[in-house]
Design a binder for this molecule. Structure first.
Ligand code: ATP
Ligand code: MG
Ligand code: MG
Length: 584
């Protein structure tokens, strides 16, 4: 992965490094475990881990798990696996983990929890950071805010709270509960925690300014009551902190120096600072910086929308290779290196625009063109009989595996009396300038010899049965007529040696560039996003492995489906075609 070019965020960090403002640069990637990671998250991952990597720093994977309603342990596990895959060999040495079960020691005036001093490599006995591990500490901070007269327990219902907050262009109204005494607030807040009140009956709010032009500062909620167990914290809590309260303090507790988030949080930044500054904390405070989200065309990014595609079975699960999820892209054959190259190449900016998906596909093709092993496969086979070869005759041909390498290697392929060719490579009534096979015409079977189509055999219904051809063996490599040229060269596999495989051909999931701006994005799904064929593959592919990438010559890039493929029952995914064939 090439180094990232400079950008406004790197400029800020470089300045802080030059000033020696921090002893170590510490960033975090803070997913909420309510879905799988997607291409957009990759930008945030590469930014946060990239900054840590470039500055000998640390990047914590922290689950922002303060809202148990939509969260699940399945997502926690999947997110850890996806991140480890994406940063392996690149920034995994910057990944901050902690010993399993370690909960933060109380923060005293100058101390910091032991496990924050160093990143522990991930592995058995370690785990990621969880905001929910800080619930006890966050509760104490809330008590401090109450004691300082900066937070109060409010009895307005959620609907009333919205009404009092008002519209952005006019001031809101103070809650009737705003001037409760500190003693009463402390008592009620402790009783909220003790479970004395039902969901929504009370909340803890910051006392800021109901007239602020920034609605996020109109006494925002800090805690609400939710009688629901938590996937990580168990059933210990029935009050849960809100994002704006928990996030800045989690950053502080982990010693984060730079907290990067997407642009929609610009308006939350004053609140981020307000919470931290209100507490008179002893250590340096983290700061929030915002960048534009990555929004590729022809797909959707939000986890909520991806969840709908999964739940309503428009796709075959979160790891469906048509989805822009990291797990889907990996299954499709996209390498971690090309994903990183793409997101780093699109840069970080202060504006947000749609990025052409073709740009992503271009980067993936470029990478696969370098790494993929060349093989022959026929997706839609028609049979061709070489009438001048005996039934048991085998002619060995030498085929190149890696023409892109400095010292290419080769393999043997068997030319036999019966072979399969692509049905596309034959036209009974050829259009003008058709250089593939036609009645009476000649083509080269790549790495073998020229053949001539002598006869087209059909059944009673007019269906093509086979093509009967003659092979000119004098045109083989090293033969006297090896140099004889024809305009068409096609791929083929031996009918007696080929192996069958299910091949899944993917196309873009949506037919329009911005499906998310449709009233209902499920109405613009591409009905042809998945086509399944039974292909004939050269026998060398029988032992193909999911960590290898293949180019089926003339067809595209393919990979073994890690989930469904079995020995003797092969399944391949087409990552991409060789060229961009999408309508422009
Ligand atoms: P979604 O809307 O897809 O659910 P989210 O922002 O709610 O996204 P989080 O789990 O909170 O998802 O995201 C973790 C981090 O990834 C956040 O810092 C968020 O800003 C960042 N992020 C999410 N989507 C994108 C994107 N499309 N481009 C860049 N960063 C993103
Ligand atoms: Mg979020
Ligand atoms: Mg979200």
């Amino acid at each position: 992965t090439p180094g990232a070019p400079s950008d406004f965020i790197r400029d800020i960090v470089a300045q802080h490094v030059a000033e020696k403002r921090y002893s170590k640069i510490v960033t975090r990637f803070p997913p909420e475990p309510n879905g799988y990671l997607h291409l957009g998250h990759a930008r945030s991952i590469c930014l946060n881990f990239g900054i840590a990597r470039e500055n000998d720093g640390q990047c914590n994977l922290r689950f922002d798990d303060t809202n148990p309603v939509k969260e699940d342990i399945e997502y926690v596990d999947a997110i850890v696996a996806d991140i480890q895959w994406l940063i392996a060999g690149w920034a995994d040495h910057c990944l901050g983990f902690k010993p399993k079960g370690a909960h933060p020691a109380r923060i005293t005036t100058d101390g910091r929890p032991d496990y924050l001093l160093a990143a522990v490599p991930p592995g058995p006995g370690t785990e990621a950071f969880f905001a929910s591990d800080y619930f006890e500490q966050l509760f104490e901070y809330a008590v401090t805010l109450i004691e300082k007269g900066r937070a109060y327990v409010c009895d307005l219902t959620p609907e009333e709270t919205d009404q009092y907050r008002g519209a952005p262009d006019q001031p809101g109204r103070d809650s009737p509960w705003r001037n409760r005494s500190v003693a009463e607030n402390l008592d009620l807040f402790r009783r909220m925690r003790a479970g004395e009140f039902p969901n929504g009956a009370r909340s803890l709010r910051a006392k800021i300014d109901m007239a602020s032009p920034n609605v996020w500062l109109r006494d925002p909620l800090l805690y609400r009551i939710r009688h629901i167990p938590h996937h990580h914290a168990g059933d210990k809590w029935c009050i849960y902190p809100l994002y704006d309260y928990a996030h800045c303090l989690s950053d502080y507790l982990e010693g984060i120096t730079h907290s990067f988030c997407s642009l929609e949080f610009v308006v939350h930044r004053p609140l981020y600072d307000w919470v931290l500054e209100s507490l008179d904390l002893p250590r340096p405070l983290p700061h929030q910086y915002e960048f534009g989200k990555l929004l590729p065309s022809f797909t959707i990014m939000s986890k909520r929308n991806l969840l709908r595609l999964v739940q309503e079975k428009f796709v075959r699960g979160w790891d469906d290779p048509r989805l822009p999820t990291l797990t889907g892209l990996r299954r499709r054959g996209v390498t971690a290196a090309s994903l990183r190259r793409f997101v780093i190449g699109t840069g970080v900016t202060t504006y947000q625009g749609i990025v052409d998906l073709a740009l992503f596909e271009h980067v993936v093709r470029d990478d696969l063109n370098q790494s993929a092993i060349r093989r022959f496969g026929v997706l839609r086979p028609i049979k061709l009989v070489l009438t001048n070869l005996a039934a048991d005759e085998v002619i060995e041909c030498e085929a190149v595996n890696d023409p892109q390498s400095a010292a290419p290697s080769s393999r043997k392929m068997a030319l036999t009396r019966e072979v399969f060719i692509e049905s596309d490579d034959f036209a009974e009534i050829p259009p003008p300038k058709y250089f593939r096979l036609k009645p009476g015409g000649e083509v080269r079977l790549k790495y073998a010899c020229l053949i001539k189509c002598e006869e087209v055999v059909k059944d009673a219904t007019g269906q093509l049965v086979e093509l009967r051809c003659t092979a000119d063996l004098t045109t083989r490599a090293g033969g006297p007529n090896a140099d004889r040229k024809v305009k068409g060269t096609i791929h083929w596999v031996s009918a007696t040696q080929a192996v069958d495989a299910e091949v899944r051909l993917y196309d873009r999931l949506f037919t329009v560039p911005e499906p998310a701006s449709e009233p209902d994005f499920t109405t613009v799904l591409n009905p042809h996003s998945l086509e399944i064929v039974t292909a004939k593959l050269e026998p060398a592919l029988a032992t193909a492995t999911p960590d290898e990438r293949y180019q089926f010559e003339r067809l595209g890039y393919f990979t073994v489906d890690a989930k469904d493929s079995q020995p003797g029952k092969l399944v391949f995914n087409r990552t991409l075609t060789l060229k961009d064939t999408s309508a422009k």
